[in-house]
Design a protein around this ligand. Structure first.
Ligand code: FES
Length: 169
């Protein structure tokens, strides 16, 4: 009977040669393979843009880690995206210093300019907006990251310039 029911559970995909190469390289920095979990997820994200269930299972299989454990790592580390994201991910700090210096207004500015709320991606797939805790630059609040770049002392005008620059690629 159970054979007749199609399974919809995700299955591990095949990691690419590039992903395996980078994970193997990362393993040389750690005393045992299992410690590489987070770095391996970052590698997959670098190549795929985000970490699907199939990718997470592939990493778990490759490193011989329980998938639940790896899921816990992915959930704890908020820079691992478990859903598809746009080409540019805006990580807007909403912790205390940034909040005191107006990150809510900046969020409203971004939302009205791009037509997206937190967790959403623009229709042209250019931008995703995500709130993040303190980026460690409180003395230059408000701050945000786009890709691996941090932007400080933000104003609506600065944000407009950054978004225009991102669009130009
Ligand atoms: S509170 Fe935003 S950088 Fe620290």
């Amino acid at each position: 009977m159970s054979n007749l029911i199609a399974s919809t559970a995700p299955k591990a995909r095949q990691l690419t040669h590039e992903e395996i190469h980078d994970i193997e390289h990362e393993k040389t920095h750690y005393p045992y393979a299992q410690a590489v979990g987070l770095e391996a997820l970052k590698i997959v994200q670098k190549y795929q843009g985000w970490v699907s269930d199939e990718s997470l299972l592939a990493v778990a299989e490759y490193l011989k880690l329980p998938p639940d454990e790896l899921e816990g790592v992915a959930t704890f580390f908020n820079m691992i995206f478990r859903r598809p994201v746009g080409k540019n991910v805006i990580l807007l700090c909403d912790s205390v210093a940034c909040w005191m210096l107006g990150c809510d207004n900046l969020k409203a500015h971004i939302s009205s300019k791009l037509g997206i709320d937190y967790g959403q991606t623009t229709a042209d797939n250019q931008f995703t907006l995500i709130p993040v805790p303190c980026l460690g630059d409180c003395d230059k609040a408000p701050t945000m990251m786009v890709g691996d770049k941090t932007y400080r002392n933000l104003t609506p005008a600065k944000i407009d310039a950054i978004l225009a620059q991102c669009k130009r690629g």
